[in-house]
Every structure is written in C-alpha cells, then in structure tokens.
Design a protein around this ligand. Structure first.
Ligand code: ZN
Ligand code: ZN
Length: 447
C-alpha cells in the first residue's frame, strides 16, 4: 500500500551554486528535477587534468555523485525513477545525466536538447559528460506532461542560456514549483513574468527557488550591457577580444549587434559556429546568421581538425568566411573576436595593435562553464598592453526581485537551493507569508 504523500529530497544544490539534483516523489511516482555536476564538490578533491576522477566509483566514494539505488547505468538494479526533468542545459544542472540509466526518459526543452547534443559533438565524451545516447523527450512552454500521478508543466524563463524553464508540477498534495535558474533582467524578462504568473495561479504548497545572488548583487540588464559594449567597441583602435560563455546566446547577440553597429564583423569560434548552425532551426530563437557577411568564423592554428570542424571549414571553403590568426591580425580594427583565455597562444601570431581591448563578459572569477586562472590572464594582457574591461550581467535573479517573485507566487513553503547563502536568504525572506526551509542534503521533506 503506497502512502498518500509527496516529498522532496535534495541530493545536490544544497549550500552550493549548482549541482542541482532534486527528487520529487508522489506516491509511487519519482522524478528528478535536474541532475547536475557539482563544481564545488569536485573542486574539493580534484584538480584536472592531473588529478581527475577515474571512475564513478571515485565520485561516489567522495560523495560527489550521490548514492541512490536504481538510477545509474552501472547499477544492475531496475530503474527506481520514472524520469528526469531538466530545467536548462548548463552543466551544473545537466552533466551528470551521463551516469543515468538510458531507459530513464529525460524531458527538456527542444533548445536544451540541441545545446547538449551539440556540446557532446564538440567536446570529447568523458566520464562526466556523455549525453549523446540519452532518451530525450522535448517539450515547449505550456505543455502538460503526465507521469503517474504527476502533471508537469514547463514554462520558459529568462536565463543566460536559451531554452531555460521553470516547472509547475501538480502532485496529490498540491502544486510544487521549481524555478530552475532564472532572472528578469535579460533579453526576455517577459518569459520569467509568464512563469511567475503561472506559478502563482497554481497556489503552490512548495516553491523550490534558486538563491544565487544573495551577495554581490547589482542593478543592470542585458540592454545596459549592450550600451557598455558599444562604448568600448566604438572607441577601440585595434582588435576587440570578447570572452563570454559558449551557450550564452543573449551575450553573443549583444556582441553581434554592437560589432555591426560599429562596422566590425563578429568572429566566432568553430565551436560557436557549430552551435549557431544547430540553433538556426529553432523557430523561437534569434541568432546571428552564419551566412551573413558580418559573421566570420575563426579557426585556431592547429594541425588536426575533428570531423565537425572539417565539415564547417569545407562548407565555407573559398568564401572568405573562415579565417585564421594571420588574417585576423591584418583586420584588427574590423573585427570583434570571440576568444577564450585558453586560446591566448594565438596572441603570439595575432600581435594585438596598440589600442586593442579585452572584454571579459562572464562572471569572474568563477562561472558555471569556465574557471579562469585570473593571474595568468592578467599577465598575458600586460604583455600585450591590452586593458581589460569587465562587462557582464548575471544569469540569476537579484535579491529584491526574487523576493517580489516569491511573494507573488505565495508558496506555503520555500526551499532555497543553488545558493551559498541559505541563512542570509532565510533572514531576508523571513517576513514573507511562506515558511522558509533551510535545506539539508539527502534529507526527505514531506509535503
Ligand atoms: Zn545553475
Ligand atoms: Zn544556469
């Protein structure tokens, strides 16, 4: 006899930014909300590439991968989970799907599936990221997915990657809302508005909310970022190097608009070009058209190219589209070049002209997709006489706006996750009608 109860258990995302793995159980239906990699747990023990986890056994031994029966592909027991629902494609929410049994369906937005599949083509599969053979089921905003006793409704939200969703889930105890990662100062704040309204209308018994930005909050927006980028690019005399996260399409669009406005081309990496090609089919998205004259593709100097790289290069063969560092060096004041710090070896051949600038357009010194060795970055910039600008806006809701959103949703209980400041969150939100639960890892909360 199955008891008539619903519960939440948090296997990740507790006292850390990312690593979300939240089990929602309603009678005999069990689903995971996200299944991400925990960067902070990993950092405690590992320092890749010299000290990297060898197998899932190591990850479980150290508690980086939670010990849950019937979930992992290396566990012979039958599946104990009905599905995983992915809020978005950032690796701190999705990477550990690598370990999930392939018969467990993974529900995600169409864009998220595209991003993960493209990412699995451009980076070699490794222990902690191999998602190519997962059983993806894609949804669009407002769809209703019925699974056992649960009805899951995804609603789009604004975040620093396209295809991000929050969920409103009907359980036998009432509605459970999961915000995923969200903000309302990006390129599409109206999407977050839609989600908050839907969440409120469901009269939630529980809201699982991100709480990333409880310290270091700012007041800014993607529109403001564009304005700042314009101010830099319009005055720069040499090349402008732009560093931003691979899947941050809003930021890529901002750089593209500003490059165009200043009669420069935006040169993207082969990886980004491959992603742009894949996202082109997505009707709900606006991305720069790779075929347009103001988009170039930068190929790094290397001897061997992977097949997907070769295909891209061949496709544009002879069309003045794909260019190398020597070409870039000749056209410095006509280009905004998307380049990661890890590609700085190219600067030796590029020889940035006086008046060139480097724009770090990601959070520093840590973000979900890259960790920057800041001191080395500064040494390179010093060597080439390039000042560094930091122009960025977070992918996450700011504290006052988050509080307003939670007040509007009116959940009976709020469970903060994806934050290093749960105590601060709790105090800051303490005059809401909702009761705030300070989440403990691996503990089951009955709703
Ligand atoms: Zn996250
Ligand atoms: Zn995210």
């Amino acid at each position: 006899m199955v008891k008539n109860e619903a519960s939440l258990t948090f296997y990740g995302g507790v006292d850390e930014i990312g690593g979300n793995k939240i089990l929602l159980q309603d009678r005999d239906t069990r689903v995971f909300l996200d299944f991400g990699m925990s960067y902070s747990m990993k950092k405690k023990f590992y320092s890749p590439p010299f000290l990297a986890p060898k197998s899932e056994r190591s990850l479980m031994e150290l508690g980086i991968l939670p010990n849950i029966e019937g979930v992992y592909r290396f566990d012979p027991k039958p599946p104990t989970v009905d599905a995983v629902f992915l809020s978005h494609g950032h690796l701190d929410h999705s990477a550990y799907l690598s370990f999930i049994k392939r018969e467990i369906p993974v529900y995600c937005g169409e864009t998220t599936a595209t991003i993960l599949q493209t990412l699995s083509e451009v980076r070699r599969a490794d222990l902690e990221f191999s998602v190519a053979d997962l059983d993806f089921h894609t949804f669009r905003t407002g769809d209703k997915i019925c699974l056992g006793g649960l009805t899951v409704q995804p609603f789009h939200v604004d975040h620093s990657v396209p295809g991000a969703y929050g969920f409103v889930i009907e359980t036998s105890r009432g509605s459970v809302v999961y915000t995923g990662d969200f903000r309302n100062h990006g390129a599409k704040p109206e999407m977050t508005r839609d989600f908050v309204e839907q969440a409120r209308a469901s009269e939630p018994v529980a809201v699982v909310s991100e709480g990333t930005n409880m310290t270091g909050a700012t007041v800014s927006s993607e529109v403001e970022v564009e304005g700042k980028l314009h101010s830099i690019v319009s005055q720069a005399e040499g090349i402008v190097l732009a560093e931003f996260a691979y899947s941050d399409v809003d930021r890529l669009n901002s750089f593209y608009h500003i490059a165009k406005r200043n009669n420069r081309c935006l040169a993207v990496s082969l990886k980004q070009a491959h992603l742009l090609n894949a996202l082109k089919k997505d009707k709900g998205l606006h991305v720069p058209d790779l075929d347009s004259d103001d988009v170039l593709v930068f190929r790094k100097s290397k001897k061997r190219f992977d097949k997907w790289e070769r295909d891209l290069i061949d496709r544009y063969d002879g069309r003045d589209k794909v260019f190398d560092v020597f070409e870039a060096s000749k056209r410095q004041c006509n280009v905004v070049l998307a380049m990661s710090f890890y590609d700085f070896e190219e600067l030796v051949d590029l020889q940035p002209a006086a008046g060139s600038c480097y724009v770090l357009s990601a959070s520093e010194p840590f973000n979900e997709e890259m960790e920057i060795d800041y001191e080395k970055l500064v040494n390179w910039l010093r060597h080439y006489g390039m000042p560094q600008y930091h122009v960025h806006v977070s992918g996450h809701m700011m504290p006052l706006q988050l509080k307003a959103a939670l007040r509007e949703m009116g959940g009976k209980r709020v469970f903060p996750v994806h934050t290093e400041n749960a105590d601060l969150f709790e105090k800051f939100m303490s005059n809401l009608k909702s009761s705030i639960t300070h989440v403990e890892k691996d503990k089951k909360y009955t709703l």
